[in-house]
Design a protein around this ligand. Sequence first.
Ligand code: ZN
Length: 238
Amino acid sequence: MHSSERIAVLTGAGISTESGIPDFRGPNGVWTTTPEKMKLVNIEDYVRDPQVRVAAWQERMNHPAWTAHPNAGHLALADLERGGNLLALMTQNIDALHQAAGSERVLELHGTIHQAKCLSCGRRTRMQEQLERVSAGDPDPACTECGGIQKSATVAFGEQLDPLVLETAVVASSACDLFLAIGTSLSVQPAALLAEEAHHRGALLVIVNQGETPLDDRADAVLGDPIGEVLPRIVSAK
Ligand code: ZN
């Protein structure tokens, strides 16, 4: 941390579990305990099956993000940004807890649950606006402009990442001198690719994760401590 001037940070579900948001693939993960929920995040199933959409809207209604608060890990990364050496904060999370903690420039690789989007015309609206329609008795609210199917503005399996967000993340990963991978199993793309790109370009690679990742062997340090404890320590050591 002392010698690094261009730090890129990638966070995954593990940083938000300490805020009460379950991860997906961990021992108590959403898909580990209820694998059928994977259907809700597959774009083909979502478009084809109205029942999947009804179930997905109920999941959004009950999502823990609406009541979650940022934890010490999120706050430490907001401090890091204020310190001026943060090149990019990239996240796989859709909960916006980084922004709630005070981070101003967040690259949301997988989008956000705080907005809804129309799959036909691309119109974006506030998620709360759509959830109010669900509460009022419309189980699968259609776009009020074009009648199209709507979903959260998150990236489902089978959907493309926002190309501008992805490119910015790749540029930051290739230009950083320290890459911190936090709470991510580095098992999906583009997460693994970003960490590999940074390592390939000579950046230090530090992994903070409970559980192994495929890049542990190549990392300069691997920390398995709880994120909310370890991040404040390493950020204040800067
Ligand atoms: Zn529309």
